[in-house]
Design a protein around this ligand. Sequence first.
Ligand SMILES: [Zn+2]
Length: 439
Amino acid sequence: MHKSMRKRALQLFVNCTLLCVILLSMPARSAIPFSSSRLAQFAQLPQNPQVRAALDWFKPHLSWINDEQARLTEIPAPSFAEAQRAEAVKVLLAAVGLEVHLDKVGNVIGELRGTNDKEIVLIAAHLDTVFPTGTDVKVRREKDRLYAPGISDNGTGLASLVAIARAMHEARLKPQRTILFVADVGEEGEGNLRGMRGLVETYREKLKAVIVLDGSGIDHVTTKALASRRMEAVITGPGGHSWSDFGIPNPISALVRSSVRFLNTRVPANPRTTFNLGQIEGGTSVNSIPHEASLKVDVRSESEDELVRLESALRECIAAGVRDEMENARDRSKGKLEWKVETLGSRPGGELSSDSPLLAALRAADDFTGNSSRIERASTDANIPLSLGIDAIALGAGGNGGGAHSLQEWYEPTGREIGLQRALLTVLGVSGIAAEKGK
Ligand SMILES: [Zn+2]
């Protein structure tokens, strides 16, 4: 960056940070106001030699960060089986002086005690991947690229979490608010954000900001939580022989009738609303009338109302399909069809206020690193705090990645230090830094 630009960026950062401090010290439930000397020190955040040292730590240690990322990625961690990878992250966080423990759902929590331990800033990266046990997760290096399922989502987040903790440790940075460095379980699919739900349940009263590191890139910031529901419809019946029992109600036939109805449900383009019939199962053999059929559906929307509407539409369509099938059955003597629709997962929506101190801290970090990022809506761990009115964002942790959730997933670490600096400054912006002792 050009020197004058850097100076301007610095000034902007200082201004935004000041604003941030003022906002932070406004009377909130449990906020302890910043003293004026601290405020002055906090305003000089990026000029603070320790902050500088932490920012400068990343670049000479990129190969260590990349190697740890590859090593963590090669430890399989499907949702609900994250324990082995959790153990490896625990060792890394403990090695940089954090007080580390595992909570009851399996999250790894490394605590960096602040001078104000009544308030907490949480930085989290999810441990789990969408890849089932048995997937080959060996990392292949080709020129500047690393290839492996999960290398970016969320190898990047995990390696960055550890790198930020280490940079702060090497620079002997002590925060005002306590920072929790967390590698959490159950972010993907049917994990249903259970790790983040557990964290928010435990720390809710003290939680002031949540920063989620998910995947790569520095081009976006997720401040809007995309609400979604995952549902499963199951239809059961008596079952029988395709020839001798012909005419009894058939669960697969009913499910097909129901599905066609549901596919004709209209969804608006604005607010953007989507649905997906993702998995269909059932049947015994080609010459059996099945006794069961099931369907998994994912629905997403920018509007909670649309989700509620689609959820009840699915129930109505299943009920109607079953009714059609029963009406068309020639033989009802062997029993009728039963149906149920269950919610497999529900991710609540929410939005970060545009004048939140957390967003101001992120914008200041963007300015300082010469980055600009767009606001995005997505479904991430940030959904849980956002739905409860707790400030939260999700960020890519730097570098470039692609092919997420596919076996061709890749990661390019070039330039990742910008993403690391951006995340570090955002965390420090909301945690504040403690005055140095012994001076
Ligand atoms: Zn992810």
